[in-house]
Design a protein around this ligand. Structure first.
Ligand code: BTN
Length: 243
């Protein structure tokens, strides 16, 4: 399996491009869509993803899996693990705010948006990631949530191409492992990045409802167990821990 890269100087959104053009991609390999800037960068929950020119990584890994796979819901967590492994190698200490926000010192450094399109007997997976790389503190000041960048954390200008190369290498290895053995081999690594939130009191947003409780544990399919004040444990497959 190899990566076929398509780069654009300007794009609406690398995820939208991937979803629109899925039928044209090589079914045996991964098509990686990247851009210098996005005009309509999207985050989860219809949020806008700030995408200024030549500052950050905007990338969507597009690939195919048979539509009888039940674990495609884990592919956003798989990419989050790959990003965290790369950031670790770059000397950072990332954590994952379930399900797949990547934080450093409680500030967001990267986010994953995984979208799926049904094509014949396959799913085309568009696994998109935005990593704040060379944005300065000032540039991130007006974002709606606390944010940081690799540059701010390591205190030097970052070679963005090198960081993307490292991510490509890591993700292709992880994806091949996932295709063969599923999410289980990545569960320990995922748990390690999520651990700082475990047993903590959290507010959890799901289907327009806010739940309060303790982040009790993870299940090995990556879902979250929330312990409600009544003691009851609720299992969630989607949602957001609020900042
Ligand atoms: C989030 O944390 O809400 C997810 C952010 C995902 C942003 C990336 S940037 C590349 C790809 N294209 C998009 O429009 N979104 C994703």
């Amino acid at each position: 399996m190899k990566i076929i890269r398509q780069h654009f100087s300007t794009i609406d959104s690398t995820n939208d491009y991937g979803l629109r053009n899925a039928h044209l991609f090589d079914a045996e390999n991964v098509t990686l869509i990247t851009a210098d800037r996005q005009e309509k960068g999207r985050g989860r929950g219809s949020r806008v993803w700030f995408s200024p020119e030549n500052k950050n990584i905007y990338a969507s890994f597009c690939f195919f899996l048979p539509d009888n796979r039940k674990d495609v819901g884990n592919l956003s967590q798989l990419l989050a693990v790959s990003v965290c492994e790369v950031l670790l190698k770059w000397g950072l200490q990332p954590i994952v705010k379930w399900p797949n926000d990547i934080l450093i010192s409680n500030k967001k450094i990267a986010g994953v948006l995984c979208e799926i399109k049904h094509l014949g007997a396959n799913y085309c997976i568009v696994d998109g990631v935005g990593i704040n790389v060379n944005m300065s503190k000032e540039e991130m000041e007006n974002l709606d949530k606390p944010a940081t960048s690799v540059r701010e954390e390591v205190r030097m200008i970052i070679d963005q191409a090198q960081l993307l190369d490292d991510l490509q290498l890591q993700f292709i290895i992880d994806l091949q492992g996932f295709i063969k053995d599923g999410f289980r081999p990545f569960f320990d690594s995922f748990s390690r990045f999520v651990r700082p939130f475990l047993k903590k009191e959290i507010q959890f947003h799901e289907s327009r409802r806010i739940w309060k409780g303790i982040f009790h544990s993870l299940n090995d399919d990556g879902s979250l167990n929330l312990q409600l004040p009544s003691g009851e444990i609720c299992r969630f497959y989607a949602g957001d821990i609020l900042f």
